[in-house]
Design a protein around this ligand. Sequence first.
Ligand SMILES: [Zn+2]
Length: 229
Amino acid sequence: MVLDKEQAEQIRKQLLAQIAKLPKEQQGDLKEQIEEATPAELEEFIKQSQGQGQGGKCIFCEIIAGKIDSIKVYEDNDIVALMEIMPASKGHILVIPRQHFQFIQEIPDKILQKLLYFVKVTTPILTQILDAKAISIYIPQGVLAGQRIQHFVINLIPRYESDGLAFDWEHKKTETKDLEAIAEKIRKATQGEVRKGIVEEQEKYEKQKKVAIESEADKMVKRKGKRMP
Ligand SMILES: [Zn+2]
C-alpha cells in the first residue's frame, strides 16, 4: 500500500496530534521528522509504531517466510509452532497463525480452531515428555499486556518447581455491586454476538449429526436388503 497525498496528510495530522500529547522529553525531533516525511516514510513510520519490527517487517512473518531461521515443531497451511529462542522455561513453544493478525478477533474461526486444537493436543504431551508440573498458556493482546511482536501468538510455557515465573496478581477486594455493574455492561454488550455464534454452531452441529445418522441408517437398510433378498 502506498498512501496517496490526501491519506498521507491525514495521517501526518493525526501523528502530529499524538506527538503533541507526549511529554516534552519524549517528543525529541519527532515533530520535525513527521512534518518533513514523504508519504512512503509516513507509511513506514506507522508500520514501525504498530510494532512490525525493523523496516516495517514483522519478525514472525519473516520466520514464516523462511527469512529468519527457526526451529519448528509443527506446521501446516494455516499455523506454525516453533521453539521460543529465548524461552521463559525449558520447552517454551510459540503457536502462531501463518497470516499476520494482531488480535484474536481478527482471526478467521477455522484458523483459530486449529491454533486452539494444537494447544489442546500438545499441552498434555509437553507436560509428559518434559516432565513439567504444569503449563501456562499465555496470550498477550496489546503492547501493555506484553505483546512485543504484533503478531498473534499463543505461548505454551511448561512450568517447573521453583522456576521463578510469576503469572500471579494481587487479588483486590471489590464490592459486589461494582462487580454486578460491570457484569451487566459486559452481558449487554456481548450477549447478542455470543448467542448468535453459539446458536449457529449448534445448528451446524445438529445438521451434521442428522446427515451422519441418515447415511448410517441408509447403509443399514442397504446391508439388510443384501442379506435378505
Ligand atoms: Zn506478522
